[in-house]
Design a protein around this ligand. Structure first.
Ligand code: FNR
Length: 190
């Protein structure tokens, strides 16, 4: 059975290394996952005044999150935290109160950085946000990627065998996690 997984890229940059990482992950994912990008670029800044009558970009974003069986967050770390554009998207998706689109979505968090700690602090912040939003997360393996342009080709090819195997393992574990969470939340499960 194929599961539709929405992926969010935390960077708006044209030449984002996280977009390149996302391409690599799409290429290495097992056939049980259908990965579809959920864009965040056109979302306005979150404003509570607009919660009950938001622009179409917000409605479409929430619909895309809700229509996904799982979510993959591929993001840089900005100033030891979550990039503002991605946090803004999550804030929209979490509202209005009682309509949190992230609830129960099996989520994977991964990111690439030019720095040595490979987005570890962003991921830690993200876990606390997603826990509050009741989104179960893949705990292991963790994936902190220090981006090496010699390893990642622009179209998602991964030239180093060890990195390729690790990312493939990550996606296989994420797929197994999605299966586990979906089986626990299936109708009729007590
Ligand atoms: C960064 N960068 C960065 N890297 C890191 O490892 N930890 C950090 O806290 C930060 N902080 C940070 C803040 C801001 C505002 C920028 C623009 C950059 C560097 C970052 O890893 C690098 O720019 C990546 O290329 C960003 O990912 P994308 O946009 O290429 O996907």
């Amino acid at each position: 059975m194929t599961h539709r997984i929405g992926y969010l890229i935390g960077s708006l940059a044209q030449d984002s290394i996280n977009r390149i990482l996302a391409k690599a992950l799409v290429g290495l994912a097992p056939p049980s996952l259908e990965l579809v990008e959920i864009p965040i670029r056109d979302l306005p800044l979150y404003n509570r005044d607009d919660e009950l009558d938001p622009v179409a970009a917000v409605t479409e974003f929430k619909r895309a999150i809700e229509g996904s069986e799982g979510l993959l967050l591929v993001s840089p770390e900005y100033n030891r935290s979550i990039p503002g554009a991605l946090k803004n998207a999550i804030d929209w998706g979490s509202r209005p109160w009682g309509h949190n689109s992230f609830a129960r979505k099996p989520t994977g968090i991964i990111g690439a950085s030019t720095g040595a700690i490979g987005t570890a602090v962003m991921q830690s912040s993200m876990r606390s946000v997603l826990s509050f939003l009741n989104a179960p997360q893949l705990n292991a393996p963790e994936a902190y990627i220090t981006f090496d342009p010699e390893v990642f080709g622009a179209d998602g090819e991964v030239k180093d065998a060890g990195t390729r195997e690790f990312l493939q393992h990550y996606m296989n574990e994420y797929a197994a996690f999605v299966e586990r969470v979906l089986s626990l939340t299936a109708p009729g499960h007590v």
